[in-house]
Design a protein around this ligand. Structure first.
Ligand SMILES: O=C(O)C(=O)C[C@]1(C(=O)O)C=C[C@@H](O)C=C1
Length: 359
């Protein structure tokens, strides 16, 4: 009897706190709607990744607990997601189908209030944003074990869209099946990349089981949902969507397997104080050119985090370079270096400046 009274009392207090939270959420929403109205007049971007990062970092640092800091981020992820949809309905295209890692990256960046729309290919994501069917797009650009996603780089050769943000996602692979039992598995389905990333684990734990390549981890999960003797390598999220059980979690050979995604939109992001800039350029074919193209950055102490070359499809043996550097194109030293790079190039295109993702 005593315990029941205490529980009822505590729940009453929780209700009172919840009422205050609700009131504050609505107070916040009213302010956000005013921000949305200002942005509509100014024609500025509704989604501001630098401001979002500032909010998360300020609140997680200020959190005295016991509410977990990770949960602070998750809760505010959804508050900001709902706020953004109050400013403007947010349609975001991603490389589908549902439950792919691009879907998870889109959810991490835009939350559950955004309308996330799966597309069949990377070009289709670009097209949805170009045609205005989606406000933003989310596409993979590189993986720590498998390297660059060349399809995405190639799209920037033709598209005028800009990089608005980057998302880093730890990619963890799960072995899923209907029964959740090891002994039932007679075949394993997945996309070639996850199969490659789990090669060692599969050889040690399922040595005689055939591995079958399919177009996506989602398709693998769909097949396995109908077959009690098969398993899929897919995300944990796919298990919940396709009603599968986890046979074994995190079977990737290499821990710290991250995939980097780009959020593409019409404009690049404002400076945040800790940014990256992505460039694409075509150098002239002359001696010493590789040295000359790096010099403008070296002499200004600008850190280059990535350099990648791709063959130019229109002309044999000519290469287009993709480069990521630390800093925003609005920084005078970055702008000067890029101008100087232009002197030894047939063309230079700034793909975007955006806040550096923190993993
Ligand atoms: O500060 C802004 O620019 C807002 O639009 C508000 C807000 C928020 O909810 O705090 C919403 C969306 C933006 O991406 C960033 C922040």
């Amino acid at each position: 009897m005593q315990k029941k009274q205490t529980l009822a009392h505590l729940r009453q207090e929780i209700d009172a706190v919840d009422d205050r939270i609700l009131e504050l959420l609505n107070q916040r929403a009213a302010l956000v709607m005013q921000v949305g109205a200002l942005k509509t007049v100014a024609k500025s971007d509704f989604h501001v990744p630098s401001r979002e990062r500032e909010i998360y970092e300020r609140l997680t640092a200020a959190n005295p607990g016991p509410f977990p800091s990770d949960a602070v981020r998750g809760v505010f992820r959804e508050i900001i997601s709902a706020s953004l949809s109050l400013e403007h309905p947010m349609r975001v295209a991603f490389l589908g189908p549902k439950a792919t890692f691009s879907h998870l990256a889109a959810m991490q960046q835009f939350g559950l209030s955004a309308e996330l729309s799966p597309e069949r290919s990377i070009p289709a994501v670009f097209e949805a944003v170009e045609k205005g069917e989606a406000y933003y797009g989310v596409v993979p650009v590189e993986n720590t074990t498998e390297g660059m996603v060349t399809h995405t780089l190639d799209m920037f050769m033709e598209s005028e869209l800009k990089v608005d943000a980057e998302v880093l996602l730890e990619v963890s692979h799960f072995l899923l099946s209907r029964t959740g039992r090891f002994e039932d598995i007679k075949k394993v389905y997945s996309h070639p990349q996850p199969l490659a990333q789990c090669r060692k684990w599969l050889a040690e734990n399922l040595p005689n089981v055939p591995l079958v390549d399919v177009a996506s981890t989602t398709l693998a999960a769909q097949i396995v949902a109908e077959d009690y003797n098969a398993a899929a390598i897919a995300s944990e999220y796919a298990a919940s969507i396709y009603n599968l059980k986890v046979v074994k979690a995190r079977i990737e050979d290499q821990v710290n397997n991250f995939t980097r995604f780009l959020v593409i939109g019409r404009k690049m992001a404002d400076p945040s104080g800790d940014d990256k800039t992505s460039l694409m350029f075509l150098v002239r074919d002359e001696p010493g050119i590789l040295h000359r193209m790096l010099e403008p950055f070296a002499k200004r102490n600008i850190n280059l985090s990535k350099i990648e070359s791709r063959p130019l499809k229109k002309k044999a043996w000519e290469y287009i370079f993709f480069l990521d550097l630390s800093g925003h194109i609005g920084d005078p030293s970055v702008a000067e270096a890029v101008r100087e790079l232009g002197d030894c190039c047939q063309f230079v295109k700034v793909l975007g400046s955006y806040p550096r993702a923190r993993s």
